[in-house]
Design a protein around this ligand. Structure first.
Ligand SMILES: *[C@@H]1O[C@H](CO)[C@@H](O)[C@H](O)[C@H]1NC(C)=O
Ligand SMILES: *[C@@H]1O[C@H](CO)[C@@H](O)[C@H](O)[C@H]1NC(C)=O
Ligand SMILES: *[C@@H]1O[C@H](CO)[C@@H](O)[C@H](O)[C@H]1NC(C)=O
Ligand SMILES: *[C@@H]1O[C@H](CO)[C@@H](O)[C@H](O)[C@H]1NC(C)=O
Ligand SMILES: *[C@@H]1O[C@H](CO)[C@@H](O)[C@H](O)[C@H]1NC(C)=O
Ligand SMILES: *[C@@H]1O[C@H](CO)[C@@H](O)[C@H](O)[C@H]1NC(C)=O
Ligand SMILES: *[C@@H]1O[C@H](CO)[C@@H](O)[C@H](O)[C@H]1NC(C)=O
Length: 306
């Protein structure tokens, strides 16, 4: 009752201060707060109950009620989503807690992020902030527990950065569609004076960008070769002679989707090549990054900035 009184007091205060600010006052959009409102907004609820069993029945009406206080003298049940003995004097009554709740924070699936929980009588919901090496696949990453104890999620935190060599997990899925400004970074070391290859893959065996770093390969010597693959066929490409690679020496490669419909290839922070995007292979189609041939990869960041 105290909480309800408090809300009513607040409502009254709002009405009066509103009337001071402007005339006339419209009251039609105001209504009295009910216990249902309080439950939905996450507050605890007081209900009538003559016995502990009635309190349990009342508690069971709320999917996420797992604790209550039974005040024997006033015959009221004070329902709460979880036992909270810190703030409310009602805890001085007989306190009961469900020892086998379907939904508890401890049962949440791992989420690769920091979770802020909101636990009400009708929901248990967590908002996830992804750890640094992970990326959100939706604007809000949410985990929530259904009344039956099953977990539901919206989006996820997907790993975007790896720093533990050796890396043999290619091709690596890009979890979020890429747009202008997107870069992928690869740290590695060439292992042979043949070639190594970095590919941006899309569906239908296509590659919006095929980058071949050739020490000696076919007719090329010390050349960055950029091309496409369209429906399984490599298309004509272009060679760039600025070739900074040395077998056995680490490099830092960054391939960026530039906003003027080009790819930009940086090696050791210097731009080495600019290559137009193929009109039939937009960067938004990129699904994965592949690195192969004579190279050891020591670090991969699917969403890097430098
Ligand atoms: C509240 O409950 C916790 C865990 O059951 C207990 O450790 C703590 O001492 C309690 N606090 C008070 C004020 O009773
Ligand atoms: C039970 O409720 C009455 C009336 O609200 C209150 O005065 C009393 O302190 C409560 N008893 C306990 C044990 O909380
Ligand atoms: C990830 O979160 C950021 C910040 O909230 C947001 O700008 C971005 O659009 C989100 N990513 C996706 C794929 O929704
Ligand atoms: C892949 O090919 C199929 C059939 O030709 C086509 O319907 C689909 O749009 C293509 N997907 C992409 C991403 O180009
Ligand atoms: C080798 O180079 C020639 C001439 O540039 C080209 O026609 C041929 O397709 C290349 N072969 C391979 C396997 O890349
Ligand atoms: C695209 O813009 C970059 C600078 O952002 C520039 O270096 C590059 O030459 C431009 N490419 C084309 C084809 O205009
Ligand atoms: C380099 O690649 C070629 C062709 O895939 C392979 O035959 C060779 O063994 C590789 N060299 C090293 C050192 O892995």
């Amino acid at each position: 009752m105290e909480r309800v009184m408090h809300v009513l007091m607040m409502t009254w205060w709002c009405l009066t201060s509103h009337s001071l600010a402007s005339n006339p006052v419209t009251t039609s959009s105001w209504r009295q707060v009910t216990s249902e409102d309080l439950a939905v907004s996450g507050y605890e609820v007081w209900v009538r109950g003559r016995s502990k069993v009635e309190c349990i029945r009342e508690c069971n009406k709320y999917s996420h009620c797992t604790s209550f206080v039974f005040n024997v003298s006033s015959r009221t049940c004070y329902l709460q989503p979880v036992l909270d003995n810190t703030s409310n004097p009602a805890h001085l009554g007989q306190v009961y807690v469900n020892t086998e709740p379907e939904c508890t924070i401890a049962k949440a699936p791992s989420s690769n992020g920091i979770i802020i929980w909101s636990h009400t009588l009708t929901s248990l919901k967590g908002t996830v902030t992804c750890y640094d090496d992970f990326i959100n696949t939706t604007s809000d990453v949410i985990v929530q527990c259904n009344a039956d104890g099953s977990w539901e999620r919206e989006g996820r935190c997907s790993q975007r950065k790896w720093t533990e060599p050796p890396m043999t997990m290619f091709p690596m899925e890009v979890p979020v569609p890429v747009a202008s400004g997107w870069s992928v970074c690869v740290n590695g070391t060439p292992t042979d004076d043949d070639r190594f290859t970095v590919e941006l893959l899309s569906a239908n065996d296509s590659q919006p960008l095929h980058a071949d770093f050739r020490f000696k390969y076919n007719t090329s010597t010390e050349l960055i070769f950029l091309g496409y693959k369209l429906d399984g066929e490599y298309t004509q490409g272009q060679g760039f002679p600025d070739f900074p690679f040395v077998v056995g020496q680490p490099f830092h490669l960054r391939v960026m989707v530039a906003d003027n419909a080009t790819f930009e290839v940086y090696v050791n922070d210097v731009i080495r090549a600019t290559f137009p995007q193929h009109p039939e292979l937009p960067p938004s189609d990129i699904t994965a990054v592949n690195v192969r041939n004579n190279v050891t990869v020591t670090r991969l960041d699917l969403f890097c900035t430098v």
